[in-house]
Design a binder for this molecule. Structure first.
Ligand SMILES: Cc1cc2nc3c(=O)[nH]c(=O)nc-3n(C[C@H](O)[C@H](O)[C@H](O)COP(=O)(O)OP(=O)(O)OC[C@H]3O[C@@H](n4cnc5c(N)ncnc54)[C@H](O)[C@@H]3O)c2cc1C
Length: 371
């Protein structure tokens, strides 16, 4: 069955695909978004820690931290209905094994313009002073991914973007660079679309689409991750806590389920591999087949050494998701954005943002490309 023609096809209906499709929809005549699941935001854009990064997390990469700080304000301004600011964000520095000292953390926050102050005594006394050296109150929020998905639906509608749910992009026949021709996109329902631009926004699926993924030359690592969902005791309910900067933990409100996530640098990643395309395990099949043996007990056990009140938290559930990481960020947390235009094919882009707020840098780059 033969289909139509579009200016752009966006593959992937997470936050990135939706944002880019609505951006292009307001600049081009016909834009189509294709998502394999029956609904938008079924993968990483729902299952994540919900942190609107304010820069604090990246003391080892000033550039990433600074861009986060700038983008934090943009996100809060653009999506006010999704912002959960009804808790106090606490960052603390561990006494041992921390890659940052309290003095360095304070200086770094000052440099990127991220507000901080010593935490109030009632917050400080929650921590074990033998393991925690300094406790700060900072300005950072969470987002509600259910509400964000609804916002994106409205944006797609008002930009006139066509949305095909429950439809997989099976393969792409990319037009040669300089040919001026469109690429052919083959869908799982048997239809085809010819498009001048094809943007691969599939995150964990970046290397999976025949004829498209070959144009993404950047090396990515896939990681099966687990975050515990906990019911914190009353004294932690209004706090989001992050221990810096090493093999520690973080517990944050998870607005869609009115619980807290608990993630731990040591236990959250279950296993990982470098995705070299068809020769490596398919991320979606791997997730489906994965025996989800929870490590939430270990997360909680270790975290309560630092924050004893967690001993009274109740483990409710665990959420698993495939995380996609750029290999070049393994050492220093630097610039977690992939934005690659194919040199050999016409109008083919591979795009991935390591966190939600990076979308602003991606859109700016698309603008610079003339899109
Ligand atoms: C455990 C974890 C914690 C995180 N915590 C945070 C955090 O606190 N703050 C933050 O800012 N970021 C966080 N992130 C990162 C954030 O979730 C991602 O940067 C963001 O969700 C990526 O959005 P996306 O649209 O690229 O990916 P996704 O939401 O995964 O969307 C990709 C979509 O592509 C679809 N797709 C794949 N292949 C095809 C195909 N062939 N045809 C059609 N559709 C296809 C998939 O079904 C999926 O819906 C976290 C990520 C993880 C995994």
């Amino acid at each position: 069955m033969s289909g139509g023609h579009c200016d752009a096809v966006i593959v992937g209906g997470g936050f990135y695909g939706c944002s880019i499709a609505s951006y292009l929809g307001s600049r081009m005549k016909s834009v189509m978004l294709v998502e394999q699941e029956s609904e938008l935001f079924r993968h990483a854009s729902y299952t994540n820690q919900a942190r609107i990064h304010g820069g604090y997390h990246y003391p080892r990469s000033l550039h990433t931290a600074y861009r986060s700080r700038v983008n934090f304000h943009s996100f809060v301004k653009d999506y006010p209905e999704c912002v959960a600011d009804n808790f106090t964000a606490i960052y603390c520095v561990a006494r041992q094994n921390s890659k940052v000292s309290p003095r360095q953390f304070e200086r770094f926050c000052n440099v990127i313009g991220a507000p901080w102050k010593p935490a109030r005594a009632d917050a400080v006394k929650l921590f074990n002073p033998a393991l925690i050296e300094a406790v700060y109150e900072v300005t950072e929020f969470a987002f509600n991914s259910d509400i964000l998905r609804d916002c994106m639906r409205r944006k797609l509608d008002s930009a006139g973007v066509g949305v095909r749910l429950g439809t997989r992009v099976e393969r792409v026949e990319a037009a040669r660079a300089g040919s001026g021709a469109g690429s052919r996109v083959y869908l799982s329902d048997g239809s085809e679309i010819e498009a001048r631009y094809v943007l691969n926004c599939t995150y964990a699926g970046l290397k999976r689409i025949a004829g498209l993924s070959e144009h993404c030359r950047t090396t990515v690592k896939l990681e099966i991750t687990e975050m515990a969902l906990i019911e914190p005791p009353p004294e932690l309910r209004d706090l989001g806590i992050t221990v810096m900067c090493g093999p520690f933990f973080s517990t944050m409100p998870f607005p869609p389920r009115s619980l807290h996530t608990l993630s731990h640098v040591r236990y959250t990643p279950h296993c990982s591999w470098v995705d070299s395309g068809p020769d490596s395990p398919d991320p979606y099949a791997a997730m489906r087949a994965y025996q989800r043996e929870s490590r939430s007990y270990h997360m909680l056990k270790d975290a309560q050494r630092y924050l004893p009140a967690l001993g009274r938290a109740k483990i409710v559930d665990s959420i698993f998701e495939m995380k996609t990481l750029l290999m070049r960020n393994e050492i220093d947390d630097g610039w977690p954005i992939l934005m690659e235009r194919s040199e050999s094919a016409e109008g083919i882009y591979s795009i991935m943002g390591g966190k939600i707020d990076n979308i602003y840098d991606v859109i700016e780059r698309l603008g610079a490309e003339g899109l």
